[in-house]
Design a protein around this ligand. Structure first.
Ligand SMILES: [Zn+2]
Length: 496
């Protein structure tokens, strides 16, 4: 039984590139962990395949129908405004930068992430166990921490009441809250400390100060941007991240000793699909496809005659109708189906999900709790053309193809928040754009339901135990079971 679990999340880490980097000899630390542990190349992540939703799933062991963080960008029905945790500075500016900062820095954890489900930090705290969260965007725990906001920000209204936040016992959130004494790598020109070096520096501080709690989660953000730019097979980001892993391993007299009574879990949070180099083809402009409707402008917010709202999450989008009588979901879906770059179009009618595709013919409807069972022991009632979601069925058992855990992931997203909306997901090679969306022509992008975006590698060193299923939502329970029975007190005593 390990006494401590250390979870390192590396944004956009993918198995094929990791394998390549190791074979080229540019990733010795990754190689060390892989040789000492078990390697699972294909763990299914949450949908949409965006970091905030994935991390919410990881922390709570649920999909978005329970944790209520629907995506990086989504429309808040009660407040009638687009929530955007920060896909691009340009877009944040249009929405009012301060409000967006308030959403990501404060409300994401303290308001949006559902209070009805406990995070792993909260469950551990309830058992008297400490945990640490370093640079994870989702961090909710039981301990109040002051937020060190840049002086200028504190002058603005939304932040006046935002002097503290509730996080894990040991808590780093860029330069807004940190553990170590040094702000090196934590300045505003270094993204306020949301970078790999600062993450590693804070973990090294915990190890050196002998303050490593039973559970630690460390988030390494830098690779996302590198993969977006250079594509899924790029190994430069892996080589750079490996340097940070080496710095962590070097805290111990030998790398072997880093493994002593500890379980290291190293994983990605989402995959990325390649995006074609031809801008005209690569970018699915939803404003163009839906030009016969009145679309909400970002800066103005919802106006009387607006008909639809776009919430673009790179290769996935929520499309909301503001007036069902004027714009029905079925009609919108029919319009979008003519675009062969959109491979999944889904919406809810009563409790049934309807799915069509611009690539595959036919129509599929499904609802939970039917007579068919899938690979994950979930029950469904599935009707129509299984091929729409690349499902196969034999003897009442459903298996998945190009869209891992598609039924649960789609259904959870369709029920993740209030509002009347469609979900669209792009085929590999393409991404959606709306007003001010970031683009990654000739690079890579994510958000979609497709396996390219949805499968992440996980290295576990070392324990023989494995999660019940290889999905991000199955990790919380497993990690808690790894730490069963140990308390901080016991650790201190056994450490002598
Ligand atoms: Zn990204």
């Amino acid at each position: 039984m390990p006494k401590r679990v250390i979870l390192l999340i590396i944004d956009s880490l993918m198995y094929p590139a990791l394998e390549k980097a190791v074979s080229e000899g540019v990733a010795p630390a990754f190689q060390f962990f892989m040789e000492k542990g078990a390697v699972y190349p294909n763990v299914v992540t949450a949908f949409p395949t965006m970091s905030v939703t994935v991390d919410s799933s990881l922390l709570t062991g649920t999909y978005a129908d329970i944790h209520r963080v629907p995506g990086l960008v989504w429309f808040h029905d009660e407040e009638k405004r687009l929530i955007n945790y920060g896909s691009h500075v340009r877009e944040l500016w249009k929405l009012g930068l301060l409000r967006a900062l308030d959403d990501v820095v404060y409300r994401l954890n303290n308001e949006h992430l559902s209070q009805s489900i406990a995070t792993i930090h909260e469950e551990l705290a309830a058992k008297g166990k400490e945990s640490a969260s370093i640079n994870a965007l989702l961090y909710r725990g039981n301990t109040d921490h002051p937020l060190r906001l840049p002086a200028l920000l504190t002058l603005f209204k939304p932040f006046r009441g935002r002097r503290k936040t509730t996080g894990a016992r040991l808590f780093t959130y860029g330069s807004f809250a940190r553990l170590g004494p040094s702000n090196q790598n934590g300045h505003f020109w270094q993204k306020y400390g949301f970078n790999n070096r600062f993450s590693a520096q804070e973990l090294v501080h915990l190890i050196r100060a002998d303050r490593l709690p039973p559970f630690t989660i460390v988030y390494f953000p830098d690779m996302d941007k590198i993969v977006h730019k250079h594509g899924p097979m790029d190994t430069k980001g892996i080589a750079q991240t490996d340097k940070q892993l080496q710095a962590i391993l070097h805290c111990y007299p030998s790398w072997e000793e880093a493994l002593y009574d500890k379980c290291w879990i190293i994983m990605g949070d989402n995959g990325q699909a390649p995006i074609r180099a031809d801008r005209k083809k690569a970018l699915i402009d939803l404003r163009q496809l839906l030009r016969s409707y009145k679309i909400m402008a970002l800066k103005r917010g919802v106006k009387e005659d607006d008909e639809i709202v776009l919430a673009v999450n790179e290769r996935m989008a929520f499309i909301y109708t503001l007036n069902l009588h004027r714009v029905s979901l079925a009609k919108l879906a029919e319009t979008l189906r003519h675009d062969r770059r959109i491979d999944v179009i889904a919406w809810l009618e009563k409790d049934a999900a309807h799915v069509i595709s611009g690539v595959r013919s036919g129509k599929l409807t499904f609802r939970p709790n039917g007579a068919q069972t899938d690979e994950y022991e979930q029950r469904w009632d599935v009707q129509g053309d299984l091929g729409v979601l690349d499902l196969t069925a034999s003897g009442g058992r459903i298996s998945y193809g190009d869209y891992p855990d598609a039924l649960a992931r789609l259904y959870s997203s369709l029920t993740s928040h209030r509002g009347t909306f469609l979900i669209v997901s792009a085929a590999p090679g393409f991404e959606f754009i709306g007003e001010g969306s970031p683009t990654h022509v000739g690079g890579a992008s994510h958000g979609a339901l497709h396996r390219h975006d949805s499968l992440v590698p996980m290295i576990v060193a070392r324990t023989d135990s494995a999660p019940k299923h290889l999905r991000v939502i199955d990790l919380k329970e497993w990690m808690l079971s790894l730490l069963e029975g140990e308390t901080m007190q016991e650790i201190r005593e056994s450490d002598g």
